[in-house]
Every structure is written in C-alpha cells, then in structure tokens.
Design a binder for this molecule. Structure first.
Ligand code: NAP
Ligand code: MG
Length: 405
C-alpha cells in the first residue's frame, strides 16, 4: 500500500513518562508504516520545558494557532516533588493551562464506546460529550472568613468612578462569604465553541444553568448563549437538523440520567468539573475518553484526558512489564489526523483515522485489552496484554482491514 501523503503538518507535542513511551510505539506501529507523517515537533517533556524555561510550550501553542491542528501527549504538571526530581529552575505552569489560556479554548470530553465496557447507566447508548467552560466562577473567587457580627456587601467601582453596590448579608455571628465573576467575552467564546463543536458533530447542544435562582449571573450565561445562537447558529442548526436546548441544571442532570446520550452538554466551570468526572467513571475509565481543546477561531488540540501514568513508568524503568492503555492517546492522533484530512481535503487521511479507531474497538471487543479494562469488562474471556502487545494487536487488525478494502 502506498503511504498516505499529508499537505500541512500537524503540531506534535511530545510529553512525559509512560505516555511518552506509548507515543513512540503508536508512531512506530500505527502511523509511520501507513502515512508520510508530517509534523512540526515540539518536545513538551519536562526536561525540554526546563531547558527552554517553558518557552517551548508557548511556541507549541503559537504553532497550533498557525496550523490549526495539534496533538498532545500527556505531560507532567510540576509540583514541589517534581521540582526536586527533575532539578527544575522553576515550578512551571501546567502546559494544558498555558495552551488553554493562549488558545482561549473550551475542552470537550467524550467517552469511547466499546462493547464489553458497558456504562453503569444502562440506557446510555451513545456518547455524551461534556463541554466545560474553563474560565472564572468559583475557580477565580475571592473569599472572606467572617469573624463575627457585621455587614457583607459586594461593590463594583467602574473606571469612571461610578459605584454599584449590593448588600449580601447581615451577619450576627461568624460565617463565610465569597465573590465570583465571569466576563461576557469569555462566555461568548465558550458559547461559540460549543455551537461550533455540536454543529461539527451533528449532535444537539444542551446548556444548563440556574437562572431562576441566579437571576443576574446565570441569566447572563443564558442570554449570551441565546444571542450567539440566534445571530450565528440558528439557521445552521436547523439546516443540520439539530437543536439547541436550554434548561435548568437540575433538570438537565435528571434528563441525562434518563436519556440515551448522543448530545453535547455545555457546562459552566464547576458543573463541568463535577459532571465530567461522573461521566468518565460511569462510562468506564479516563483511558477511554477523548479530549479536545477547541478555540473560538477554530483551532483544535487533541490529547488524552489521563495523566502520564507515573506508576507504570517507574515499573517500566525497573524493567517490569506494563499494561498501560494507549486508546485515548491513539484517539488523540486519529482525531488530529481526521481534522487535518477534513481541513486539507484528504479523504484518505479521514478514512485512515476511521479504520484505526475501528481496529482499536475491534481489538478490545475481541477480548484483547490492557489490565485496566480487564478489571471492568463484561467480556467472558478477556486476554490481558502488555502495552506493546496491545498496540501490535491493533496493528494486525488494521493491516487486515486495509488489505480487505
Ligand atoms: P494518571 O497518570 O492519570 O494515573 C493515575 C492512575 O490511573 C494510574 O496509576 C493508573 O492506575 C490509572 N491510569 C491512568 N491512565 C491510565 C492508562 N492510560 N492505562 C492504565 N491505567 C491508567 O494520574 P497521576 O499518576 O496522578 O499523574 C501522573 C502525572 O500526570 C502527574 O505529574 C500529573 O501532573 C500529570 N497529568 C497530566 C495530565 C495531562 O497532561 N493531560 C492530566 C492529568 C495528570 P493503576 O496504577 O491502578 O494502574
Ligand atoms: Mg475534577
């Protein structure tokens, strides 16, 4: 078979520990034999980040803006233990945080559905994608511990000196209070990213807040979503036969549990934090989730939702065998290749991405899987394989599929 040619490079962001090992295996076994892979390579491994004082992360984010599509390996977010382990000059920011801030993006997470790894909620037949607004609210709050009786107020002083004030509470004893905020600019880009993603996926979009209680704050979110929908997306949604649906957050949760999935669920920051963990564990595992950061101007950065699997890496370094799940990392590549194929008009690249995903699903459904899935599968006779053998099994299946075309 002739290798598939690419016209525009993918921005390739390498990472750390066990996922860096998987990254290499995936390229060797599943990509390079079939594609004339063109990438612009950025090593976001912690050593390189330290060597460049993290400039490499900013360079990679700019490259994603330039080319439009990137694929990222999991990376270490330094904490004090990592600073001493790697002798770092600084405790650098999370690379994902840097990318998110520079691309102004929304993160979409979606489960990979495979027979034998059944969702705990038995009526969920299709994936549910969570879109989490990753800016503001309680994550950027100011809080005060009230020592005793007194009055709490919230105050806004505009740059022209006008003051807006609201009384919060008359305390007659100790307590707590907090202020939270968001901006119309950030909510608007969040809304745009959600509408664009749902349109691309051909799925309904749900957004939920609590505007009956939060009559100004949450209503702002609701109104911005409505305005963006009416002005920019209503016609496109109607043409695609999909809908935008607003409801209260408690109603949304109840409907999600009763529904069959197949929707994009836009969540405010805190709701997204809570419900993405609920969904990922109810659907199976973090290693069976796709994750993509989408910027409002249409740049896409694909990654795995899990971390660098440090414990497995140390076992690997000691010469022990690992059975680490590479599915989310493979799907980061297929997502990026498919998007590149779409943008550049290379149908072979899109078909290849589809076939590789089919080979992954087929391998697991045949019973061949890594240890994390063996623990939760309903397959009658699962066969646990090591990290490399799983990828090799996928390659065999992929080759058969490509031959059989
Ligand atoms: P982790 O890498 O997600 O792993 C936590 C545990 O979950 C593992 O020990 C393993 O359980 C299981 N697991 C996760 N992914 C797996 C996979 N692909 N296959 C099989 N099992 C998997 O989280 P962590 O160990 O807490 O964090 C390690 C590093 O990752 C940290 O330095 C953190 O900063 C970084 N991190 C990066 C990202 C990112 O770049 N997107 C996200 C989160 C964390 P068992 O040990 O029971 O097998
Ligand atoms: Mg969380």
């Amino acid at each position: 078979m002739e290798k598939i040619r690419m016209t525009t490079p993918l921005v390739e962001m390498d990472g750390d520990e066990m996922t860096r090992i998987l990254w290499q295996m995936i390229k060797e076994e599943l990509l390079l034999p079939f594609i004339e892979l063109r990438t612009e390579y950025y090593d976001l491994g912690l050593r390189k980040r330290d060597e460049t004082r993290d400039q490499i992360t900013a360079d990679a984010a700019n490259a994603v803006r330039k080319y439009g599509v990137g694929v990222k390996c999991a990376t270490i977010t330094p904490n004090p233990a990592r600073v001493s382990e790697y002798g770092l000059a600084e405790m650098y920011r999370s690379p994902n945080g840097t990318l998110r801030a520079m691309l102004d993006g929304t993160v979409f997470r979606s489960p990979i559905i495979v027979k034998g790894i059944e969702p705990c909620v038995k009526n969920w037949k299709k994936p549910i994608t969570i879109a989490r607004h990753a800016y503001g609210d309680v994550y950027r709050n100011a809080e005060i511990r009230v020592p005793g009786a007194g009055e709490a107020r919230i105050v806004f002083t505009s740059s022209d000196g006008t003051v807006l004030e609201e009384k919060l509470c008359d305390f007659d004893g100790p307590g707590v209070f907090q202020g939270i905020y968001n901006t119309d600019a950030s909510i608007t880009s969040f809304a745009r990213a959600c509408f664009a993603y749902a349109l691309d996926a051909g799925e309904d979009l749900w957004f939920a807040a609590k505007d009956t209680i939060s009559k100004t704050y949450d209503r702002d979110f609701k109104e911005i979503f409505e305005t963006v929908y009416d002005n920019e997306y209503r016609e496109k949604f109607e043409a695609a036969g999909i809908t935008y649906f607003y409801t209260l957050i408690d109603d949304a949760v109840a409907r999600i549990m009763k529904g069959e999935g197949g929707i994009v669920w836009a969540c405010k920051n805190y709701d997204g934090d809570v419900f993405s963990d609920m969904l990922s564990s109810a659907f199976g595992s973090l290693a069976m989730m796709t994750s993509v950061l989408v910027s409002p101007d249409g740049c896409y950065e694909y990654e795995a939702a899990h971390g660098t699997v440090q414990k497995h890496y140390y076992r690997h370094l000691e010469g022990g065998e690992t059975s680490t799940n590479s599915v989310a990392t493979i799907y980061a590549w297929t997502g990026a290749l498919r998007k590149r194929g779409e943008l550049d008009g290379i149908p072979e690249l899109r078909e290849f991405a589809d076939m590789l995903e089919k080979a992954v699903v087929g391998t697991i459904e045949s019973g061949v899987m890594t240890g994390d899935l063996v623990r939760i599968t309903t397959h009658p006779q699962p066969k646990q394989v090591n990290s490399r053998d799983f990828i090799k099994a996928v390659r065999e299946r992929l080759e058969k599929e490509l031959d059989g075309r």
